[in-house]
Design a protein around this ligand. Sequence first.
Ligand code: AMP
Ligand code: GLY
Length: 390
Amino acid sequence: MNILVVGGGGREHALVWKIAESPLVDRLFCAPGNAGIAEQAECVDIGAEEVLRLRRFARENAIDLTVVGPEAPLVKGIVDAFETAGLRAFGPSQQAARIEGSKVFAKQLMQRHSIPTAEFRTFTAPERAKAYLDMVGAPIVVKADGLAAGKAAIVCRTLEEAYEAVDRIMIRNEFADAGAQVVVESCLRGEEASMIAFTDGRTLAVMPSCQDHKPIYDGDRGPNTGGMGAYSPAPLISDELAAQLEREVLVQTVHAMNREDKPYRGVLYAGIMVADEGPRVLEFNCRLGDPETQPLLMRLESDLVPVLLSTLDGTLEDADIRWSERPTCCVVMASGGYPLSYKKGYPIEGLEEAGAMDDVVVFHAGTRLEDGQVLTNGGRVLGVTAPRRP
Ligand code: AMP
Ligand code: GLY
């Protein structure tokens, strides 16, 4: 079959790397891809959010399955657009993707269905949000409702910071339409981990636990990034806690979406704070994590393609999904200055030597090829991941 992967970061390189091993694949494309992806797939110069151009490409190239990496096209409705044209795309529908696309929707869903999360209120007017802040005080978390490339949540230590967060989101419109509403929620203390599952809307296949590392510097210092690395499993998540989270969060959420007529198919990602008062959901994502996918797929022993197909077909119950016992770890190499401003276009040396190591896979994130030379092309550049399956 012909497969198209949508996206061009480290997560998509891991997807392409894993899918390329499948004997079911004839041709593998990736839009837009990157320099590393170009070694395993044919890169197509179409942006991940150009839904209509992607659909035309899929139709013209007899694509049997499209696998969508990032959240933005899912929230825009890429899966619905493909299905309308008789094309199969892996991921939730636009309505179901609201679980990530709107924090207000996600919080209210959790409230309606008793899924454990931090206490919150939602606001459409800045002065009301501030009046509430005066009442509850700091520390407090202010979040823009919509997608903001992982920057929508602002953890505020003081009331001044919280006021400033409301101003940034609702008055200075730094997040544009994503900031039309805010969620103000209580600040949880604890350690974070992720629970990620495939689901066809009936069956859940939970992946091993994993944890990403958000602050830029060692020792948990510096501003938050998209993730400077990840490992699996997360020692924080005992087998008992994993079973509890599956029951109380993942199963409940899939049921809740069914009951609200937004059947959920694809990957459901729950970001969890293991807080003193018990585990609480920080956020849902409607896709695989980046960089969590790199260590997770490195542990997946079975063929990914039938798993993706059975998720679409509603036959996940019968899928063969085996994970290696070996823990895996991905370390991100980032551009100086990231996650603030940074330069692009530096040549990258040593890729072949690193890639030749037995146990290591160097996934590319922000890279591009120019005259045979790999150049940096983003904040997160490479995701060095080990150990490869035996
Ligand atoms: P989110 O985009 O909602 O996952 O938030 C991004 C990051 O902000 C999380 O990974 C946490 O580190 C932090 N965060 C979000 N919500 C809270 C909360 N209620 N309490 C403490 N930290 C939070
Ligand atoms: N690494 C966090 C995320 O993918 O949302």
